[in-house]
Structure formats: C-alpha cells, structure tokens
Ligand binder design. Structure first.
Ligand SMILES: [Zn+2]
Length: 370
C-alpha cells in the first residue's frame, strides 16, 4: 500500500481551522454489517468512536463507527464498506511514482553525517551484499551507543536477517516497489505483489519484479519464500485472518514474516482520540492491539512472535493527527508545539525499551521449521 505519500511532514507555521461540510453518505448497497470480531469471532464489544469521517484524503464518503472487541482488544468498523464498494474509499489515495534510486536516507548536518557513517557501517556489517557510503568501520560496534539511530536503521531493513544466496523475499502490497528495490540491495531475490495496477506499472518501468495481485488469494506457489513482508497493509483487509494464513502458506518452513501496522493502543490515539492518524476511516477496517496481533499470528500458525521497536515515527503521526484535529487539508504545513513534540520524543524513547508502546506495531514471526 502507498500510504505515506501524503505531504504531512513539512515544517511550518500553523494550520487554518477550516470548517468543512459533512461528507456525502456511503451508498447502502456498498455496506456490510460485522456483528462479531474479524480476528477472534467474539461478539462482545465496546464503542470507541462514532461518526468518524475521512479527514486524511477527504475522498471517502460516509461516517463510521469503530468498536473494540472485548476478547482480543482489536478495533473494527461496523458497518464497513463491502469488498465490492471499497474502491470508493481510494479515489484519491494513491500516487504511482516509481521509487527513487536512493534507497537509504542520508543526512546533511555534521552530526547527522557522522551518525549516517556509523549507521552505514552497521548495515554494511549486517548485510555483506551492501556497500553504503560513507561508512565507518566501527559502526557495527558503536551503533549500540545510539539506540534510536540503530532502531531506525533496523526499521529501514525491516529487521531482516542477512539472506543466504538466492533467498527469496516477497513484499505484499508493495506499492511502486520501494522496499523491493531496497531488499534487492540487501542481497535478496526480491519481488512484489500490489493490487493497484498503476503502481505496478511504475515499478515495472523501473525494472522491478512487481506483479498485480492481492491477499488473500495470491495464486502464488506454497513454501516459496524465505521472507514475506507486509507493511501498512493488514489494517486495510476484509479478511485479515485469511491473509495471515496465506502468508504462512507462502513461506518456507523456518521462513520469516515481518509486519507493520498502526497500534490501536498508541499514546497518540489516547491523546488525539477520533483525530488520531492511525484510524484512517474507512480504509482501515481493522486496527490491532499487540494482544490481538499476537493472537492472530498464533491462530495462523506462526511461532517465535517478537515485537520490534518501530523507530522514531511518533512526530510524523502526531503532526498528522494534529492536522486532522484542525480539520486542515492534507499538505497543510503543521509544526508540533513544544509540549507535543516532547511527548512524541518521549514515546519514541519508551518504545525502544517497550516495542508495543509506540504508534505502530512492528512484529516478526516464523513459520515452524521442519
Ligand atoms: Zn476479537
């Protein structure tokens, strides 16, 4: 999925508080009821938010109700768009730009350049196939002294192990292939699947092995991949459990699954409530808590489930949420006031020690080795 192409992170001066008309109604024929939890099947639930509307892209009609399952603690919309009608929610969603050649971030400040060199040295040691420059040979050892930089470096490579020769990686919902390109640079035989044909076209035009397809019916061969990754996708799916079972089927025994999704228990959600960026109604149909995600992974057959620090993502999500709280259009420049910036930084620090305490859940799990 291409969900971070919005222009929300530019610094500047304050947003106008616009008063916006209510969105048009979602057509009845395109709605379905969901009387029980899509993860665990329990019927008992509590109301979280009423009347949620699309204040991210302002393209989806309708007002939405989010419930929280009393058993597994996941959140879900009821009613929700049907699979046939969900396209209405994506009218202005995608950009189809192909990924830039540059695959890792660099920095222009003095300290930033030194940290980049250490970070590059660390990643070059982790992945012998990589040759990032500038690189400092002590990075592999010294980056432990900079846990926030190390967490971001690990997030950049999705916490993956160095690949054995010929190891196959599949990025599901790969958009126009930015991570496929990166995984190839790490030494994986990487490919991508994406349901948006224009994004696939952009990827293919850059020579990336990306095809049209979607979960849960990928049509791909079983036991094929050493690694499958799924970034900001599962929350968009009508059948998250079927999707996880499909990922499990695609992996070789012992293969790794990496997944990232918004954290319903995030401090940003507690702070911003219905304005929290992670809710993204009605494109996000299911929102996971750590408990719900662990359960969903176990039910799909995964073992060795381990949450990873999401990296310093809080400022971006808090700025986006602040923009939503002001009813300001996408791209309106927003600066976090100092008190909120402090809270976001402290959340990032906390999530280094407690990975499930951040804005996103990032998890690795394994298919049982033979
Ligand atoms: Zn549940």
């Amino acid at each position: 999925m291409v969900s971070r192409n919005e222009n929300d992170s530019k610094p500047d001066a304050g947003a106008e508080n616009l008063s916006l008309p209510s969105p048009p109604e979602w057509p009845d024929y395109g709605l379905e009821r969901l009387p029980s939890c899509p993860v665990c099947g329990a019927a008992e639930r509590s109301l979280v938010h009423l009347g949620l509307t699309d204040r991210i892209f302002y393209c989806a009609p309708g007002a939405w109700t989010l419930y929280r399952c009393a058993a597994c603690r996941c959140g879900y919309l009821d009613p929700r768009p049907t699979p046939q009608a969900i396209g209405l929610a994506y009218a202005e969603y995608y950009t189809h730009a192909a990924p830039e050649e540059e695959v890792f971030l660099s920095s222009s400040t003095f300290i930033g350049r030194r940290l980049s060199a250490l970070r590059n040295g660390y990643l070059n040691a982790r992945f012998p196939h990589l040759a990032l420059t500038p690189s400092h040979r002590l990075g592999a050892r010294l980056l432990a002294l900079f846990p926030a930089t190390r967490a971001l470096a690990e997030r950049d490579v999705r916490h993956l192990p160095a690949p054995a020769a010929g190891a196959r990686l599949l990025d599901l919902g790969c958009g126009s292939g930015a991570f496929v390109r990166r995984a190839i640079s790490l030494g994986y035989a990487a490919e991508g699947l994406e349901f948006d044909a224009l994004a696939v076209e952009a990827a293919v035009s850059k020579g990336l092995p990306v095809r049209v397809g979607a979960l849960p019916a990928t049509g791909l061969e079983a036991d094929r991949y050493e690694v499958v990754t799924l970034s900001q996708v599962i929350e968009h799916l009508h059948e998250p459990q079927a999707a996880l079972r499909e990922v499990h089927r695609l992996l070789k025994p012992g293969g790794w699954f990496w997944l990232a999704t918004p954290n319903l228990d995030a401090p940003g959600h507690a702070h911003f409530g219905p304005d929290w960026r992670g809710l993204e109604p009605p494109r996000h149909l299911v929102l996971f808590s750590a408990q719900a995600l662990s359960l969903a992974l176990q039910q799909a057959g995964f073992v060795d489930i381990e949450f990873k620090p999401p990296g310093a993502v809080s400022a971006w999500l808090w700025s986006s949420s602040l923009r939503i709280s002001k009813n300001a259009r996408l791209g309106t420049p927003i600066t976090l006031p100092p008190d909120l910036a402090r809270l976001a930084r402290s959340e990032d620090r906390e999530s280094l020690a407690n990975p499930v305490a951040g804005e996103e859940l990032v998890v690795m799990a394994r298919k049982l080795p033979k």
